[in-house]
Design a binder for this molecule. Structure first.
Ligand code: UD1
Length: 421
């Protein structure tokens, strides 16, 4: 198992290119299941989660080819609408094949994803929505089994805002008979990117990006070419890393438009952030003060502050001036990084879903363990500002969602290397 060894204390400076968004690419890869014609996707990041999804689609009979960051998917040969436990257990987002499979094949067998470190994360809303569209859905032997002769448009209301739930139901509704209305829909930019790809394939969708999405079903979708949006969480993570080190960076191929809540908080912390936009080029420039001011955050669905940036903000608050209150409202167990940050000398007290962080002058390097994807990112940010060496173990979590992270950070002047643990 690999680990990252970080020697803290370098100020990050320079330019780095932001990759395509993992959370947009995953549902959009599944959209290929809806058509018998090829879907060509550009700016697909090279990540373990993407590899898992491509392997899952391939074992269903989809022909997958990859050249650099361009992936072509041809689902005309789809013959096995099944997602086995062995593949699903490593990646919850595999549930995103359910909606497209039922819509296209009228049958699907998809393993339940099970729990994950950050919380129970059930898929009841995905199932409830498909049932409202006329599918017979049962959960047997750990598998969601769905069957329908033809999905029917319906009015769907989810009990909570769910990102992959909205995406699954939006994809299913594209081939349903009649109009589907998803109320309480997720407004995340990745939902909008998926809607744009589906529209390019011939789907009739309006309202993506608001909490009411309307989909008028069509008989078939055709092939298309689509470019995946930039990864707003990778963007936010690099902004935090640079900010914590008092750095100055230019992030290429990304935009502040996707992360107003994060940018606002970094400005409150004392950073100067400017967007650059020309017809050829988009970038974000951040200049950080020598020491940040502590900033309180509360996670909520988009456009509020993203839960996927909570851990990184906990890390920057650990060395900021003053105290911050961090409230996590999306996942019930998403403070596992706190105990690891405390091992680095952070002053954090947890009470239920609230963390109280008081900034210290400096953290000290130690061995810490990554527990989930974004927790890992927070440990890297903390390692960059800790005195001496920090060893981050179990970085397979990090490889699920950050493309070439140590190479990108090295390019900005960090002293970081990968070693066998
Ligand atoms: C997506 C993101 C993930 C992000 C999360 C919240 C992808 C691939 N992953 O995950 O990075 O952290 O949104 O922004 O896009 N819930 C239910 N029943 C359901 C569905 C959800 O109870 O059927 C609950 C979840 O347990 C959670 C909340 O709803 O407490 C929101 O989860 P959801 O938006 O569905 O997260 P994901 O789509 O899995």
């Amino acid at each position: 198992m690999d680990k990252l060894v970080i020697e803290g204390g370098s100020r990050l400076a320079g330019e780095v290119r932001i990759s395509g968004a993992k959370n947009a690419a995953l549902p959009i890869l599944c959209a290929a299941l809806l058509s018998t014609e090829p879907l060509v996707l550009e700016n697909v990041p090279d990540l373990n989660d993407i590899g898992t999804m491509l392997a899952l689609l391939a074992q269903m009979g989809v022909r997958v080819t990859r050249e650099g960051s361009t992936v072509s998917l041809d689902a005309s040969t789809l013959d096995n609408p099944t997602a086995p436990y062995e593949m699903v257990k490593t990646m919850r987002a595999s549930i995103l094949v359910l909606g497209p499979l039922v819509a296209r094949c009228g049958i699907a067998k998809v393993s339940l994803p099970g729990g994950c470190a950050i919380g129970a994360r059930p898929v009841d809303q995905h199932i409830k929505g498909l049932q409202a569209m006329g599918a017979e859905v049962s959960v047997e032997h750990g598998y969601v089994q769905a069957r329908v002769s033809q999905l029917k448009g319906a009015r769907l209301f989810t009990d909570m805002v769910t990102v992959t739930g909205t995406e699954n139901l939006m994809m299913a509704a594209c081939l349903a008979d009649g109009e589907t209305v998803i109320e309480n829909a997720a407004r995340e930019p990745e939902v909008v990117d998926l809607a744009q790809c589906l529209s390019a394939m011939g789907a009739r969708i309006s309202g993506a990006g608001t909490d009411v999405i309307r989909i008028r079903g069509v008989d078939r979708l055709h092939g298309a070419r689509h470019r995946i949006m930039p990864d707003r969480i990778e963007t936010g993570t690099f902004l935090c890393a640079a900010a914590a080190t008092g750095g100055e960076v230019r992030l290429l191929g990304t935009s502040t438009g996707y992360l107003d809540a994060v940018v606002d908080k970094l400005m409150d912390a004392g950073c100067d952030i400017v967007s650059e936009k020309t017809p050829q080029h988009e970038a974000i420039v951040l200049r950080a003060p020598a020491r940040l001011k502590a900033v309180s955050i509360r996670t909520s669905p988009y456009p509020a502050f993203p839960t996927d940036m909570q851990a990184q903000f906990m890390a920057i608050n650990c060395v900021a001036e003053g105290s911050a209150v961090i409230r996590e409202t999306i996942f019930e167990n998403r403070f596992m990084h706190a105990v690891e940050l405390i091992r680095l000398g952070a002053d954090i007290k947890i009470d239920g879903n609230t963390a109280f962080v008081t900034g210290v002058q400096r953290l000290q390097g130690a061995t810490v363990m990554a527990t989930d994807l974004r927790a890992s990112a927070s440990l890297v940010v903390a390692g960059l500002v800790a005195e001496g060496e920090t060893h981050v173990e179990r970085i397979y979590h990090l490889d699920r969602g950050y493309e070439h992270i140590e190479a990108k950070l090295t390019g900005l002047g960090a002293r970081i290397r990968r070693e066998k643990a």
